[in-house]
Design a protein around this ligand. Structure first.
Ligand code: SF4
Ligand code: SF4
Length: 441
């Protein structure tokens, strides 16, 4: 692309010419009709504003979804349209310079979880979260991903898991949980298999589990045990997350996804079961064919669907008198709105929870908790993240529930923090945890 000096930003711009050219690459549409359509369609009706937790919590017009669309579209106009090149002020076209890049980081990383609720509510179907992801890709090309998020990606690439947990520590935790599980099922021989080839299922989990919530591991192990499942964990690749999906770096996202693929080949398992992680499920199951330019040749399902199948097949039974408190569900955006896994978690709870209440709205229209999009790893936005969580906190409070179940460890972390910040007095559990509690041994 040829760019005149006047298009390269202010004289004191800190971005190099090379950075700007790389940043503009994702907008070099080459006839990408999807990108062109969504970049040029917003009619500024403003209807998407009320769908976004960041706007709803602050009423700051700068944080509306339309503002995020405008930001990316204004750069496109500057470099790819006649009026934007010659009359930029008249058509709201902007140079990709330091000020613009700073605003992009603040709005696209710091004020958006990519939850996609605005896309559902746009009056004419602009894929707003897709445009946010294009903007994030531009920033990634310019090496402007917030360092906190990038260090999480780097840990995953360098060590095999995003929390850089040493393998020996992981194995120790699993062995400790194996003892817990064996105690609970009353069989000292009950085990949590590690690195065992030829099993039916390879199971992955969120590194937050061995690091902070090891009982989630024993909960799912207990379910596998009671179902008589043939399964294994892997020490080489057990991390279900893929934070490069959030940072916008397609190559790094592909590298992480490919490791999981390779581990399936290495261990010769039949199916991959992805642990409770919304974005991790989306990043591998639905997005990895885009990163890797090939389809996934083995069956992949979320652990929630796996548990629902065990119930349908009569492999596990649940005690309907065990959970006596009112329960509600928080739907993780990437699993539910963006992945369509809506019924399985409700089917599971119907089997043994007598007092269940939906949030309003719920399912595909549910409000994001505020912890997605890499927000949990970007500590510089902590205050904003907890502030935006006010919408979710209010939803929970209105249900009167005492237990909030969510099939995503990122959501669990955010909800635990919201529980403390907004004094909700609820218990937060994953689906495996509440099911394991009610299992009839
Ligand atoms: S994707 Fe979610 S967080 Fe981002 S602008 Fe849309 S509604 Fe707001
Ligand atoms: S609802 Fe759609 S068309 Fe209306 S302002 Fe939002 S993005 Fe633009």
């Amino acid at each position: 692309m040829r760019i005149a000096n006047s298009e390269m930003g202010t004289a004191n711009s800190e971005l190099t010419r090379e950075q700007i050219l790389k940043g503009l690459e994702p907008l070099g549409t080459n006839g990408d009709s999807k990108l062109l359509t969504h970049l040029n369609s917003c009619v500024h009706c403003g209807l998407c504003a009320e769908s976004c937790l960041f706007y709803l919590a602050t009423k700051d017009p700068r944080l509306t979804p339309a503002r995020k669309v405008d930001l990316v579209a204004s750069i496109y106009k500057r470099y790819h349209t006649f009026s934007g090149k010659y009359l930029p002020g008249l058509v709201g076209a902007r140079n990709l310079d330091t000020a613009t890049a700073d605003e992009m980081v603040d709005l696209l990383f710091g004020s958006c979880t990519g939850c996609g609720r605005c896309t559902m509510h746009c009056s004419i179907g602009v894929d707003i979260s897709y445009l946010v992801s294009v903007g994030r890709k531009m920033l990634s090309n310019m090496d402007l991903v917030p360092s906190t998020l990038q260090s999480t990606v780097k840990a995953a690439i360098d060590t095999g898991n995003n929390m850089a947990i040493p393998t020996a520590d992981f194995v120790d935790t699993v062995k400790w949980m194996e003892e817990e599980m064996a105690d609970e099922v009353g069989n000292p021989e009950a085990s949590i298999p590690i690195d065992q080839p030829g099993k039916r299922i390879l199971y992955t989990l969120n590194p937050r589990e061995p690091k902070f919530y090891p009982l989630s591991i024993s909960a799912m192990a207990k379910i596998f045990y009671m179902a008589g499942e043939s399964w294994t964990l892997s020490t080489r690749m057990y991390d279900v997350t893929n934070y490069a999906f959030f940072s916008g770096n397609r190559e790094e996202a592909g590298l992480i996804a490919n490791r999981l693929w390779k581990e399936m080949e290495h261990l010769q398992c039949e199916s991959l079961v992805l642990g409770e992680c919304g974005h991790g499920t989306r990043a591998f199951r639905w997005e990895s064919p885009n990163y890797l330019d090939r389809g996934v040749p083995f069956p992949v399902m979320s652990s929630v669907e796996c548990i629902a199948n065990y119930i349908r097949e009569g492999k596990i039974r649940l005690d309907p008198e065990k959970i006596t408190e009112k329960v509600t569900i928080h739907d993780p955006c990437n699993l539910v709105r963006n992945g369509g896994v809506i019924g399985a978690q409700r089917f599971i709870l119907e089997q043994f929870v007598p007092d269940f209440i939906e949030m309003i709205p719920s399912g595909a229209d549910n409000h994001c908790c505020g912890g997605g999009g890499g927000m949990l790893s970007m500590s510089e936005y902590n205050e904003r993240r907890i502030g935006a969580g006010a919408i979710k906190a209010e939803q929970i409070r209105k249900t009167g529930a005492k237990i909030v179940v969510t099939p995503c460890h990122n959501c669990v972390d955010q909800l635990i923090q919201l529980n403390a910040a907004y004094k909700l007095d609820v218990k937060i559990q994953t689906m495996a945890e509440i099911v394991a509690e009610a299992l009839i041994i």
